[in-house]
Design a protein around this ligand. Structure first.
Ligand code: FCB
Length: 442
């Protein structure tokens, strides 16, 4: 029997561009994702977030659905360009109102909102001014954060600055698979640093404005990076990946320094640190959000980027090709605590894509996802028993949605979405999750 504390937050996570649709409605400014998705050759089957789950119009039904599932929390992101169409300057009240109404509806239904300010949909107007590679982006982000704190700070207790800065850096600015589609290590490194600076400045602004009960944190994607063998070359390759994924953003935040191995590796492309930056970035935060999906087993390979390649394991893999490895969640939670201390933790994303199908009875028997969730809850619980301060869990995702460069081909939802009719159907995993919440365990 596994029993989580009564105070545990249970919910799911989503992101604005992935679910909302109507990306330029009511005066919203287009985002880099809107622009990117409308660029030929970027997204599978040339899909876009133009309609997505139509949450922008169906949000009342979606809140009711979360209520019926028994959620006591919900993590979502606000679209910067709905609020500030040009990214800075004029506020679009209709955009602010959308989130105000959503927050009020959640609270009326006993669901605590956790707002992520930046889940990748930078206003396109700001990309035209250099985007995150421009140091001014830290100020732009702070201005936007302050608008949101003023609008919703009286009622939202949990705030997240950025979602997964590593992915913005890597997929957005190195491989170019994500918006803004840049392939430039120098720009990537600058973007990474400015994301951290923006995070820190927003935290400072938060401390100045916020009621004491509210909390702010950062969300990072973490996962064990393990060597494929005892060979020192494999070990070195894994160590580099570990520093790149797990430490590059967390060391500055918790220790006030970049990992030396990354500075050596980046050489002339090292982050453009100015006097005072690292002290500022080391601002205390109230919690850390951990997004966990899989591990990476790494072998040295001089012919590949970062001199290494991933080694496929004999194990179950999701539709993303990601190994199902629950033990990695336990390992990473323990590692965070051992490395950065007793910072309160939330699992802000965790889940699996499978090719779910509606059966003749109109049900979705997503046994694989249910087992995925169950195995991850079990190890999270074990970590808690051993003293890891884990306070909540948000499944990725509430419903099937626009999975970035994969379009609608990857289904992560606990709720199925028929993208032709936009009909929502709770999957077996969603029904089971609801029971877990009700029983505080299983
Ligand atoms: C994470 C993202 C989230 C979703 C999942 C599958 O990296 O934060 O938006 O795409 O992966």
């Amino acid at each position: 029997m596994i029993r989580f504390p009564d105070s545990f937050l249970w919910g799911a996570a989503t992101a604005s561009y992935q679910i909302e649709g109507s990306p330029t409605a009511d005066g919203a400014g287009a985002s880099v994702w809107h622009r990117f998705a409308h660029t030929p050759g970027t997204i599978q089957r040339a899909e876009t977030g133009d309609t997505a789950c139509d949450h922008y119009r169906r949000w009342r039904d979606d809140v009711a659905m979360m209520k019926s599932l028994g959620f006591n929390a919900y993590r979502f992101s606000t679209a910067w360009g709905r609020v500030l169409p040009e990214g800075t300057g004029t506020i679009n009240e209709k955009g602010v109102d959308f989130y105000r109404q959503l927050v009020d509806a959640l609270l009326e239904n006993g669901i605590e909102p956790m707002i992520t300010l930046f889940h990748w949909d930078l206003p396109a107007a700001l990309q035209d001014r250099g985007g995150w590679a421009n140091r001014e982006s830290a100020d732009w982000f702070t201005e936007y954060a302050e608008v949101m704190f003023r609008a919703l700070g009286d009622r939202v207790k949990w705030w997240v600055t950025h979602n997964e800065p590593w992915v913005v850096m890597m997929l957005g600015h190195i491989t170019g698979e994500h918006a803004p589609g840049i392939r430039d290590i120098g720009a990537a490194s600058r973007a990474g640093h400015h994301l951290l600076l923006g995070h820190a400045q927003a935290v400072q602004a938060f401390r100045a404005h916020q009621p004491a009960h509210a909390q702010i944190g950062l969300v990072t994607n973490l996962g064990p990076q393990q060597p494929a063998s005892d060979n020192p070359m494999d070990q070195m390759a894994a160590e580099l990946w570990h520093n790149f994924i797990n430490r590059l953003f967390l060391d500055p935040v918790f220790k006030g320094s970049y990992p030396q191995i990354m500075l050596d590796f980046l050489g002339e492309f090292a982050p453009p640190v100015q006097a005072g930056d690292l002290e500022r970035i080391q601002q205390p935060i109230d919690f850390l959000g951990v997004n966990y999906y899989t591990r990476n087993v790494v072998a040295y390979d001089p012919d590949s980027s970062l001199n290494s390649r991933s080694v496929l394991q004999e194990a179950q893999h999701t539709e993303m090709g990601w190994e199902v490895y629950p033990e990695g969640l336990y390992q990473i939670l323990k590692w965070v605590q051992a490395t950065y201390g007793d910072i309160p933790l939330y699992i802000t994303e965790n889940g699996a894509a499978f090719a779910d199908q509606v059966n003749e009875q109109g049900e979705i028997e997503d046994r694989d996802r249910l087992e995925y969730l169950k195995s991850h809850f079990s190890v999270a619980y074990r970590a808690m028993q051993e003293g890891v301060p884990l306070k909540g869990y948000f499944a990725w995702s509430l419903m099937d949605n626009f999975e970035w460069a994969f379009g609608y081909s990857k289904r992560f939802g606990m709720v199925h979405v028929d993208f032709a009719t936009l009909k929502r159907t709770v999957k077996a995993s969603g029904h089971w999750y609801s029971q877990v919440i009700q029983n505080h365990g299983f």
